[in-house]
Write a protein that binds this ligand. Structure first.
Ligand code: CP
Length: 316
Protein backbone atom coordinates (compact mmCIF):
# COMPACT_ATOMS: atom_id res chain seq x y z
CA UNK A 1 0.00 0.00 0.00
CA UNK A 2 1.08 3.59 -0.62
CA UNK A 3 -0.35 4.76 2.69
CA UNK A 4 1.60 4.72 5.96
CA UNK A 5 -1.02 4.56 8.71
CA UNK A 6 0.63 2.51 11.47
CA UNK A 7 4.02 1.28 12.62
CA UNK A 8 2.42 -1.83 14.12
CA UNK A 9 1.40 -2.93 10.61
CA UNK A 10 4.95 -2.78 9.24
CA UNK A 11 6.85 -6.02 8.73
CA UNK A 12 10.47 -6.18 9.80
CA UNK A 13 11.48 -6.13 6.12
CA UNK A 14 9.33 -3.09 5.27
CA UNK A 15 10.59 -1.13 8.30
CA UNK A 16 14.21 -2.04 7.58
CA UNK A 17 13.76 -0.98 3.94
CA UNK A 18 12.52 2.46 5.07
CA UNK A 19 15.43 2.86 7.52
CA UNK A 20 17.94 1.82 4.83
CA UNK A 21 16.31 4.24 2.37
CA UNK A 22 16.59 7.03 4.97
CA UNK A 23 20.31 6.35 5.28
CA UNK A 24 20.66 6.49 1.48
CA UNK A 25 18.97 9.90 1.46
CA UNK A 26 21.26 11.11 4.24
CA UNK A 27 24.28 9.93 2.24
CA UNK A 28 22.95 11.44 -1.01
CA UNK A 29 22.86 14.87 0.69
CA UNK A 30 26.13 14.51 2.60
CA UNK A 31 28.64 17.23 1.80
CA UNK A 32 26.31 19.08 -0.56
CA UNK A 33 25.97 22.85 -0.17
CA UNK A 34 22.56 22.72 -1.81
CA UNK A 35 19.99 20.44 -0.22
CA UNK A 36 17.97 19.67 -3.32
CA UNK A 37 17.32 16.37 -5.07
CA UNK A 38 14.96 16.10 -8.05
CA UNK A 39 13.25 12.97 -6.65
CA UNK A 40 9.72 14.34 -6.17
CA UNK A 41 9.71 17.13 -8.78
CA UNK A 42 6.12 17.66 -9.94
CA UNK A 43 4.58 15.98 -6.87
CA UNK A 44 2.36 17.90 -4.46
CA UNK A 45 2.57 17.10 -0.75
CA UNK A 46 0.01 18.66 1.60
CA UNK A 47 0.58 18.61 5.36
CA UNK A 48 -2.77 18.79 7.13
CA UNK A 49 -2.35 19.50 10.85
CA UNK A 50 -5.30 19.76 13.21
CA UNK A 51 -2.96 19.68 16.23
CA UNK A 52 0.11 21.75 16.98
CA UNK A 53 3.52 20.47 15.96
CA UNK A 54 7.07 21.69 15.58
CA UNK A 55 9.19 18.64 14.68
CA UNK A 56 6.82 16.55 12.59
CA UNK A 57 5.37 19.34 10.46
CA UNK A 58 8.69 21.07 9.85
CA UNK A 59 10.57 17.86 9.04
CA UNK A 60 7.92 16.68 6.58
CA UNK A 61 8.11 20.10 4.91
CA UNK A 62 11.91 20.01 4.81
CA UNK A 63 11.85 16.42 3.52
CA UNK A 64 9.44 17.30 0.72
CA UNK A 65 11.33 20.46 -0.24
CA UNK A 66 14.72 18.73 -0.25
CA UNK A 67 13.22 16.29 -2.77
CA UNK A 68 11.77 19.16 -4.89
CA UNK A 69 8.11 18.42 -4.13
CA UNK A 70 5.68 21.32 -3.90
CA UNK A 71 4.75 21.37 -0.21
CA UNK A 72 1.59 23.09 0.99
CA UNK A 73 0.83 23.39 4.70
CA UNK A 74 -2.80 23.36 5.82
CA UNK A 75 -3.63 23.91 9.49
CA UNK A 76 -6.94 23.17 11.17
CA UNK A 77 -7.04 26.58 12.83
CA UNK A 78 -6.44 28.68 9.70
CA UNK A 79 -8.35 26.53 7.17
CA UNK A 80 -12.10 26.48 6.58
CA UNK A 81 -12.31 23.71 9.21
CA UNK A 82 -12.55 26.66 11.62
CA UNK A 83 -15.79 27.66 9.82
CA UNK A 84 -17.28 24.22 10.39
CA UNK A 85 -16.18 22.35 7.25
CA UNK A 86 -16.07 18.61 7.97
CA UNK A 87 -12.89 16.54 7.88
CA UNK A 88 -14.31 14.57 4.94
CA UNK A 89 -15.06 17.71 2.91
CA UNK A 90 -11.63 19.10 3.75
CA UNK A 91 -9.91 15.88 2.64
CA UNK A 92 -11.90 15.65 -0.60
CA UNK A 93 -11.19 19.34 -1.29
CA UNK A 94 -7.44 18.80 -0.89
CA UNK A 95 -7.59 15.76 -3.19
CA UNK A 96 -9.49 17.84 -5.76
CA UNK A 97 -6.88 20.59 -5.42
CA UNK A 98 -4.18 18.15 -6.55
CA UNK A 99 -2.64 16.49 -3.48
CA UNK A 100 -0.43 13.51 -4.30
CA UNK A 101 0.19 12.95 -0.59
CA UNK A 102 -1.70 14.02 2.53
CA UNK A 103 0.37 14.08 5.72
CA UNK A 104 -2.23 14.11 8.48
CA UNK A 105 -2.12 15.00 12.18
CA UNK A 106 -5.42 14.92 14.03
CA UNK A 107 -6.58 14.60 17.67
CA UNK A 108 -8.96 11.73 16.82
CA UNK A 109 -7.55 8.18 16.80
CA UNK A 110 -8.27 6.66 13.39
CA UNK A 111 -8.47 9.99 11.52
CA UNK A 112 -5.72 9.07 9.04
CA UNK A 113 -7.38 5.71 8.27
CA UNK A 114 -10.68 7.49 7.74
CA UNK A 115 -9.14 10.06 5.38
CA UNK A 116 -7.49 7.26 3.39
CA UNK A 117 -10.86 5.52 3.08
CA UNK A 118 -12.57 8.73 1.93
CA UNK A 119 -9.94 9.77 -0.60
CA UNK A 120 -9.03 6.42 -2.17
CA UNK A 121 -11.12 5.26 -5.14
CA UNK A 122 -12.43 1.82 -4.10
CA UNK A 123 -12.23 0.47 -7.66
CA UNK A 124 -8.97 1.86 -9.03
CA UNK A 125 -7.13 2.65 -5.76
CA UNK A 126 -6.41 6.14 -7.12
CA UNK A 127 -6.07 9.02 -4.68
CA UNK A 128 -3.40 10.64 -2.57
CA UNK A 129 -1.06 8.60 -0.40
CA UNK A 130 -2.05 9.20 3.22
CA UNK A 131 0.67 9.37 5.86
CA UNK A 132 -0.25 9.36 9.53
CA UNK A 133 1.67 12.12 11.32
CA UNK A 134 -0.01 11.31 14.66
CA UNK A 135 -3.67 10.41 15.29
CA UNK A 136 -4.98 10.90 18.81
CA UNK A 137 -3.62 8.30 21.21
CA UNK A 138 -3.31 5.72 18.43
CA UNK A 139 -0.11 5.83 16.33
CA UNK A 140 2.76 8.03 15.16
CA UNK A 141 4.56 5.71 12.74
CA UNK A 142 7.24 8.09 11.41
CA UNK A 143 8.25 8.90 15.01
CA UNK A 144 8.81 5.19 15.70
CA UNK A 145 10.81 4.84 12.49
CA UNK A 146 13.07 7.79 13.31
CA UNK A 147 13.53 6.44 16.84
CA UNK A 148 14.49 3.04 15.42
CA UNK A 149 17.01 4.68 13.08
CA UNK A 150 18.51 6.60 16.01
CA UNK A 151 18.78 3.43 18.12
CA UNK A 152 20.36 1.55 15.22
CA UNK A 153 22.94 4.31 14.79
CA UNK A 154 23.74 4.52 18.52
CA UNK A 155 23.60 0.80 19.43
CA UNK A 156 24.55 -0.87 16.13
CA UNK A 157 21.55 -3.21 16.19
CA UNK A 158 18.13 -3.31 17.82
CA UNK A 159 17.85 -7.12 17.98
CA UNK A 160 17.99 -8.35 21.60
CA UNK A 161 18.29 -4.86 23.10
CA UNK A 162 16.31 -4.03 26.24
CA UNK A 163 14.48 -0.76 25.81
CA UNK A 164 12.26 0.96 28.40
CA UNK A 165 9.43 3.26 27.37
CA UNK A 166 8.70 5.45 30.37
CA UNK A 167 5.84 7.66 31.46
CA UNK A 168 2.39 8.53 30.14
CA UNK A 169 1.88 5.45 27.97
CA UNK A 170 -1.91 5.78 28.13
CA UNK A 171 -2.09 8.94 26.02
CA UNK A 172 1.00 8.31 23.90
CA UNK A 173 0.80 7.36 20.25
CA UNK A 174 4.62 7.42 20.32
CA UNK A 175 4.63 4.65 22.95
CA UNK A 176 2.24 2.43 20.99
CA UNK A 177 4.05 2.83 17.66
CA UNK A 178 7.42 2.25 19.30
CA UNK A 179 6.34 -0.72 21.40
CA UNK A 180 5.16 -2.57 18.30
CA UNK A 181 7.92 -1.51 15.91
CA UNK A 182 10.76 -2.17 18.37
CA UNK A 183 9.32 -5.62 19.11
CA UNK A 184 9.07 -6.29 15.37
CA UNK A 185 12.74 -5.33 15.10
CA UNK A 186 13.65 -7.84 17.83
CA UNK A 187 13.94 -5.65 20.94
CA UNK A 188 12.72 -6.56 24.43
CA UNK A 189 10.41 -3.69 25.33
CA UNK A 190 9.52 -2.86 28.93
CA UNK A 191 6.95 -0.24 29.86
CA UNK A 192 7.57 1.74 33.04
CA UNK A 193 4.53 3.78 34.01
CA UNK A 194 2.09 4.59 36.78
CA UNK A 195 -0.75 2.04 36.62
CA UNK A 196 -3.13 4.95 36.03
CA UNK A 197 -1.28 5.84 32.83
CA UNK A 198 -1.28 2.39 31.19
CA UNK A 199 -3.88 1.56 28.51
CA UNK A 200 -6.51 -1.08 29.29
CA UNK A 201 -5.39 -3.35 26.46
CA UNK A 202 -1.68 -3.27 27.27
CA UNK A 203 -1.70 -7.03 27.91
CA UNK A 204 -2.09 -7.48 24.14
CA UNK A 205 1.06 -5.44 23.43
CA UNK A 206 4.38 -7.25 22.80
CA UNK A 207 5.91 -5.85 26.02
CA UNK A 208 6.42 -6.46 29.72
CA UNK A 209 5.36 -3.96 32.38
CA UNK A 210 7.57 -2.90 35.29
CA UNK A 211 6.62 -0.86 38.33
CA UNK A 212 10.05 0.29 39.45
CA UNK A 213 12.05 2.52 37.15
CA UNK A 214 15.11 2.28 39.40
CA UNK A 215 15.22 -1.54 39.28
CA UNK A 216 15.20 -1.51 35.47
CA UNK A 217 17.93 1.06 34.89
CA UNK A 218 21.13 -1.07 35.14
CA UNK A 219 19.90 -3.57 32.51
CA UNK A 220 18.73 -1.10 29.87
CA UNK A 221 20.32 -0.41 26.49
CA UNK A 222 18.00 2.52 25.88
CA UNK A 223 15.40 4.53 27.70
CA UNK A 224 12.67 6.36 25.84
CA UNK A 225 11.04 9.09 27.91
CA UNK A 226 7.52 10.20 26.99
CA UNK A 227 5.86 13.58 27.17
CA UNK A 228 3.07 13.92 29.71
CA UNK A 229 0.06 14.65 27.50
CA UNK A 230 -1.78 17.13 29.71
CA UNK A 231 -4.03 18.15 26.78
CA UNK A 232 -5.53 14.62 26.70
CA UNK A 233 -6.20 14.38 30.47
CA UNK A 234 -9.38 16.48 30.70
CA UNK A 235 -8.00 18.39 33.67
CA UNK A 236 -7.40 15.26 35.80
CA UNK A 237 -3.83 14.18 36.41
CA UNK A 238 -2.98 11.35 38.76
CA UNK A 239 -0.28 10.98 39.94
CA UNK A 240 0.40 14.67 40.47
CA UNK A 241 3.17 16.36 38.50
CA UNK A 242 5.47 16.17 41.53
CA UNK A 243 4.76 12.46 42.20
CA UNK A 244 5.22 11.72 38.51
CA UNK A 245 8.55 13.50 38.43
CA UNK A 246 9.84 11.77 41.59
CA UNK A 247 8.83 8.26 40.47
CA UNK A 248 9.06 8.40 36.68
CA UNK A 249 11.30 11.36 35.81
CA UNK A 250 14.78 10.69 34.44
CA UNK A 251 16.79 12.50 37.11
CA UNK A 252 20.57 12.87 37.02
CA UNK A 253 20.76 10.21 39.77
CA UNK A 254 18.73 7.70 37.71
CA UNK A 255 20.72 8.56 34.58
CA UNK A 256 23.91 7.56 36.42
CA UNK A 257 22.44 4.09 37.08
CA UNK A 258 22.24 3.36 33.34
CA UNK A 259 25.06 1.38 31.67
CA UNK A 260 27.66 3.58 29.94
CA UNK A 261 26.52 2.57 26.45
CA UNK A 262 22.82 3.32 27.10
CA UNK A 263 21.01 5.87 24.95
CA UNK A 264 18.32 8.29 26.12
CA UNK A 265 15.53 9.26 23.71
CA UNK A 266 12.65 11.71 24.00
CA UNK A 267 10.28 12.45 21.10
CA UNK A 268 9.90 16.08 22.17
CA UNK A 269 8.64 18.49 23.13
CA UNK A 270 10.42 17.85 26.46
CA UNK A 271 9.09 19.10 29.77
CA UNK A 272 12.50 19.65 31.33
CA UNK A 273 12.63 19.32 35.10
CA UNK A 274 9.56 17.07 35.16
CA UNK A 275 10.07 14.23 32.66
CA UNK A 276 13.81 14.66 32.29
CA UNK A 277 16.42 16.63 34.22
CA UNK A 278 17.95 19.62 32.43
CA UNK A 279 21.42 18.05 32.73
CA UNK A 280 20.21 14.72 31.25
CA UNK A 281 18.42 16.44 28.36
CA UNK A 282 21.74 18.02 27.35
CA UNK A 283 24.00 14.99 27.98
CA UNK A 284 25.84 13.41 25.01
CA UNK A 285 24.08 10.10 25.75
CA UNK A 286 20.77 11.84 24.98
CA UNK A 287 19.90 11.70 21.29
CA UNK A 288 17.03 14.18 21.09
CA UNK A 289 18.48 16.37 18.33
CA UNK A 290 19.82 13.33 16.43
CA UNK A 291 16.21 12.07 16.50
CA UNK A 292 15.09 15.32 14.85
CA UNK A 293 17.73 15.11 12.12
CA UNK A 294 16.86 11.47 11.50
CA UNK A 295 13.23 12.55 11.27
CA UNK A 296 13.99 14.49 8.11
CA UNK A 297 15.71 11.54 6.42
CA UNK A 298 13.05 9.04 7.54
CA UNK A 299 10.32 11.31 6.20
CA UNK A 300 12.18 11.63 2.91
CA UNK A 301 12.18 7.83 2.72
CA UNK A 302 8.49 7.64 3.66
CA UNK A 303 7.48 10.23 1.04
CA UNK A 304 9.64 8.46 -1.54
CA UNK A 305 8.00 5.10 -0.74
CA UNK A 306 4.54 6.67 -0.89
CA UNK A 307 5.00 8.63 -4.12
CA UNK A 308 7.62 6.81 -6.18
CA UNK A 309 7.93 3.30 -4.74
CA UNK A 310 11.14 1.38 -5.24
CA UNK A 311 12.27 2.83 -8.58
CA UNK A 312 16.03 2.82 -8.90
CA UNK A 313 18.11 5.91 -9.53
CA UNK A 314 15.62 8.49 -8.33
CA UNK A 315 17.96 9.94 -5.76
CA UNK A 316 20.51 11.30 -8.23
N1 CP B 1 7.62 14.33 18.38
C1 CP B 1 6.64 15.07 17.83
O1 CP B 1 5.70 14.56 17.22
O2 CP B 1 6.82 16.41 17.99
P1 CP B 1 5.84 17.54 17.39
O3 CP B 1 4.52 17.41 18.11
O4 CP B 1 6.55 18.84 17.67
O5 CP B 1 5.67 17.27 15.93
Amino acid sequence: TRHLLTASGLTREAATDILDEAVRFEQALLGRDVHKLPTLRGKTVMTVFYENSTRTRVSFEVAGKWMSADVINVSGSTSSASKGESLRDTALTLRAAGADALVVRHPASGAAHQIAAWTTDPTTGAGPAVINAGDGTHEHPTQALLDALTLRQRLGDIEGRRIAIVGDVLHSRVARSNAFLLATLGAEVVLVAPRTLLPAGVNTWPVTVADSFDAELPALDAVMMLRVQAERMNGGFFPSAREYSVNFGLSQKRFELLPDHAVVLHPGPMLRGMEIAFSVADAPETAVLQQVTNGVHVRMAVLFRALIGSEEGSRS
